[in-house]
Write a protein that binds this ligand. Structure first.
Ligand SMILES: [Zn+2]
Length: 96
């Protein structure tokens, strides 16, 4: 992603070869999330899937989903431990 004010080309070192410059291309893409068409500039031929706004939101959603999944995992682990403990307790013969 190129912000305004950045140089139109940047030096790229390929292996030990001479310094090359990549040209900036302009293009449009449709964000997969908000379905708006955005213009973008890029050095190489990959189109972004999401506009910067949606990209940030997506990252946030993913982080939140991770947190929920982690909470669920530890809840299940605690429940399993408790069940195991109960079964162990039940297996001990009553001595008194
Ligand atoms: Zn978008």
């Amino acid at each position: 992603m190129i912000r305004d004010g950045e140089k139109e080309s940047r030096p790229v070192i390929v292996g030990n070869g001479p310094e090359r410059r990549l040209r900036l291309h302009a293009g449009t893409y449709t964000c997969e999330r908000c379905l708006h068409t955005h213009t973008y500039r890029h050095y190489l031929g990959t189109k972004p899937r999401y506009c910067p706004n949606c990209h940030a939101q997506r990252e946030e959603e993913r982080a939140q989903a991770d947190r929920i999944a982690a909470r669920e995992r530890s809840r299940r682990r605690r429940a399993a431990l408790k069940k195991e403990q109960r079964e162990r307790d039940a297996a001990v013969p009553a001595l008194f």
